[in-house]
Design a protein around this ligand. Structure first.
Ligand SMILES: *Cc1c(COP(=O)(O)O)cnc(C)c1O
Length: 407
């Protein structure tokens, strides 16, 4: 691990330690990645639901290369054809309004929050109800929107204008509504929260509550969107339509880009001078995103994510009966959580050493987010690695218990 150690040494001297890395990845192709010392892994993290059409997809690489030689960036002071085309395609996927582009998830949510506040400004409405265990980003406003104390701790004073309701508890949301409430922000599937699905009744109930009280329903689709759950957007599972949503992660397959997508109702709330971004929606970022959308459409990856993901989760569910410490397998499409009765980190560490990258989330959940075009053979390979790792992980305890029992 010589090269990895050199990189780690430079990190510990010069990179602020906001993460606790172990591996140095240097190359990717499809669902595989290679580390600096030549070890190869099956990547079921995919940059946390970013690399949805696989690493270095030739269509996306070619689009970036072509656009990089043409025009990378000019400014939003000028029209750019790619941004117009991308906005049209995203709008036509569902909300039929207009788009604003930024560069990340947090920025997309900041845009969504500002859009809601501007819409409510004249009537004195600004407060947004978000959910416990949600995740909306790490900027000050999006950390304030995030219903997790650990994300806010140490950064007081937090921006005002957020309050929290219990996820999947409509009564709790209704109780937070007051004369200053402008909207409700919700993830149709909580990713960082541990792959927890909103019930259809909860999503439909929020829609009805917002209609009744004149509030905006806002969906954070940053992790669950772009086909991941077997629909273009995770909210579509519940048959509801929000007033606006935020996108990022999978939107550019690794090229940074985020977006606010609105219905016609909110399409013209932002006017010249009210919101802006230097880099947002550059010709280069939009070229990457347009190519990503082409691949998702041409390879039929939204449907594939649903079918393959549901079948894979059904197989993983065998582990619940087979292994004592596996309590539940849940998710939608290829957004998968395997719930343990204890810390997931030791298991994800073991899986990584055995060549499968996964994420430990919400302390006891092993989260898997493979590219949407993961091959059947790769799913089989991952299943076998999981089976072997779980067997080893349980082995010590079971063997000891059996030993005790047979005495
Ligand atoms: C990752 C994520 C964000 C934040 O995105 P960044 O690009 O890291 O700022 C916001 N919301 C959800 C649901 C996410 O998964």
């Amino acid at each position: 691990m010589k090269k990895t150690e050199d990189i780690a040494a430079r990190y510990s001297r010069f990179v602020m330690p906001t993460y606790a890395q172990r591996l140095a990845l240097v190359k990717g192709k499809g669902t595989r990645v290679w580390d600096a010392d030549g070890m190869v892994y099956l990547d079921f993290v995919a940059g946390i639901s970013v690399v949805n059409v696989g690493h270095c997809h030739p269509r996306v690489v070619a689009a970036i290369q072509r656009q990089a030689g043409e025009l990378m960036h000019a400014s939003n002071l000028y029209y750019n054809d790619n941004q117009a085309k991308l906005a049209e395609r995203l709008s036509r996927l569902g909300l039929e309004g207009k788009c604003f582009f930024g560069n990340s998830g947090a920025e997309a949510n900041e845009g969504l929050i500002k859009l809601a506040r501007l819409w409510g400004h004249e009537t004195g409405k600004y407060e947004i109800i978000t959910m416990t265990n949600s995740f909306h980003g790490r900027t000050l406003a999006t950390a304030a929107a995030t219903g997790q104390i650990k994300v806010q701790k140490g950064f007081a004073p937090m921006p005002e204008g957020f309050c929290y309701a219990e996820y999947n508890n409509l009564e709790s949301v209704a109780m937070q509504v007051n004369e200053h409430t402008v909207g409700v922000l919700v993830e149709a599937v909580q990713g960082e929260g541990g792959v927890v699905l909103a019930s259809d009744a909860f999503m439909k109930g929020i829609r009805a509550l917002c209609d009744e009280k004149g509030l905006l329903m806002l969906c954070d689709e940053i992790q669950g969107g772009m086909g991941r759950t077997g629909n273009w957007f995770a909210y579509q599972r519940s048959g509801v339509q929000p007033d606006a949503c935020s996108l990022a992660k999978g939107l550019g397959n690794g090229f940074p880009i985020g977006a606010v997508v609105s219905t016609p109702k909110l399409a013209d709330v932002f006017q010249p001078g009210t919101h802006a971004s230097t880099f947002g929606g550059s010709p280069l970022a939009c070229a990457a995103s347009l190519a990503t959308l082409d691949v998702i459409e041409e390879e039929g990856l939204v449907r594939r994510a649903g079918e393959v993901g549901n079948a894979f989760r059904a197989r993983l569910a065998e582990f619940v009966d087979k292994y004592e410490h596996v309590k539940e397998v849940r998710g939608a499409g290829l957004m998968i959580g395997m719930v343990l009765d204890q810390e997931a980190k030791p298991l994800t560490q073991m899986l990584s050493e055995m060549g499968l990258l996964t994420l430990a989330t919400a302390s006891n959940v092993v989260r898997m987010l493979p590219p949407l075009n993961v091959k059947d053979s790769e799913l089989n390979e991952a299943f076998d690695i999981l089976d072997e790792a779980l067997d080893m992980w349980h082995g010590g305890g079971d063997a000891a218990e059996e030993g005790e029992a047979s005495k």
